[in-house]
Design a protein around this ligand. Structure first.
Ligand code: NAD
Ligand code: DAU
Length: 352
């Protein structure tokens, strides 16, 4: 059997592919358009591994996806592909609408046609797993309970609105056509291969480069952090045991204000790589203009996935953030390639 992963050269997708192939012999077809966020260097350790088949393609290319489904006959499609950065969506929402909404629609249509033509037994076992975000629920005040799966959708940014739309399409393809879908809504991930436009990796690489650490507004916005490997294990669990048509919220009960995250990173770097000039990395912190429409707080109630599927995260925030900071210290070449843009040459030099 085979699974097809979309967006498997991105942050979470590449961690998922690496973890999957470390745990299973089942091959992975990895379909990724290689936008700025796709980095094949993340998958360098799989070079020459016949279980990993990379295809540069767009989820919105229905014919191409249909041909791949016919060729590889995967038992499941896992959709990680998306435009994922809130700030970019504020500066230009077009690609978010195109990939997250239109792309998901085209992918669903290709998968539906493939699934409908399968023999009954294969049809029953087939799954379409859609990877989504807690941001679809909008913003919580400090006195509200964390998001359950029943919480109404109230997306506030162009990114979260586009993800909410994609979740609704997935839901509709199940209710209308019977496509066997599963949806996961996860909180903020962090860990290896995180593109340094997002808070945690940006703070680590800026600190090491002696640059400013820009905190938006008062920095008291709260995010609920989950180590990426725990998100990957949750997705594997939902794929194998999730109830068709259900959504599962994924989180690690780790609510932290942004300033606390940045202080923790600075303190870890002070220990692990003290500044040559002396003093603390905290001296590099600067408060900048707030993100427009900035959601104040996200928090995930993860009791459903724990109760129904027995999933729990393996890392605490303390263990996960230490591993993450250490990973960036151990991989200066990965950071340098991303910053110089050289990672974009990987396809030509390694897959020519
Ligand atoms: P990412 O931006 O790091 O990676 C996205 C990947 O998708 C890239 O490899 C990119 O090349 C690919 N891609 C983009 N458009 C494509 C298209 N049209 N066709 C094919 N491939 C395309 O994102 P990420 O942080 O790894 O997020 C993966 C998924 O998880 C997204 O759906 C995101 O919404 C969701 N999610 C992310 C987080 C988080 O904290 N990062 C949390 C919850 C959910
Ligand atoms: O909640 C899940 C979501 O988490 C995912 O769906 C998104 O794909 C992912 O990007 C992430 O969205 P956020 O907007 O929460 O992540 P980001 O790392 O961009 O920002 C985290 C918080 O830090 C947020 O409150 C904004 C703030 N921030 C971010 C950056 C990049 C800063 O204060 N300074 C910064 O430079």
């Amino acid at each position: 059997m085979t699974i097809l992963v979309t967006g498997g050269a991105g942050f979470i997708g590449s961690n998922f592919v690496l973890d999957w192939l470390a745990a299973h012999d089942e091959p992975v077809v990895n379909l990724d358009a290689l936008t700025y966020a796709g980095n094949l260097a993340n998958l360098a350790s799989l070079e020459g591994d016949a279980r990993h088949h990379f295809v540069q393609a767009d989820i919105g290319d229905r014919e191409r996806v249909a041909a791949l489904l016919a060729e590889f006959r995967p038992r499941a499609v896992l959709n990680f592909a998306a435009e994922s950065h809130v700030d970019r969506s504020i500066h230009g929402a077009g690609e978010f609408i195109q990939t997250n909404i239109v792309g998901t629609f085209q992918l669903l249509e290709a998968v539906r046609a493939h699934w409908a033509a399968l023999p009954a037994a294969e049809q029953a076992d087939f799954r379409f797993l859609h990877v989504s975000t807690d941001e679809v629920y909008g913003s919580l005040s400090v006195d509200q309970e964390p998001f359950t799966e029943q919480y109404p959708y109230e997306p506030n940014s162009p990114y979260s609105a586009s993800k909410a739309a994609s979740d609704h399409l997935v839901r509709a393809w199940h209710h209308t056509y019977g496509l066997p879908v599963l949806t996961t809504n996860c909180s903020n991930n962090y860990g290896p291969f995180h593109f340094p436009e997002k808070l945690i990796p940006l703070m680590i690489v800026n600190a090491l480069a002696g640059k400013a650490l820009p905190i938006y507004g008062d920095g008291l916005q709260i995010r609920d952090w989950l180590y990426v490997k725990d998100h990957c294990s949750a997705i594997r669990r939902v794929l194998s045991a999730g109830r068709v048509g259900e959504t599962y919220n994924v989180g690690g009960w780790n609510e932290k204000p942004n300033v606390e995250i940045v202080h923790t990173i600075c303190d870890l770097l002070d220990q692990l790589r003290p500044r040559e000039a002396g003093g603390s990395y905290r001296e590099q912190i600067t408060h900048v203009t707030d993100r427009p429409g900035h959601d104040r707080r996200y928090a995930i109630d993860a009791r459903k996935i724990e109760r129904e599927l027995g999933w729990k995260p393996a890392e605490t925030f303390e263990t996960g953030i230490r591993k993450t900071v250490q990973w960036y210290l151990d991989h200066p070449e990965w950071v340098a390639q991303v910053q110089s843009g050289a990672y974009r040459d990987w396809l030509a030099t390694h897959y020519a």
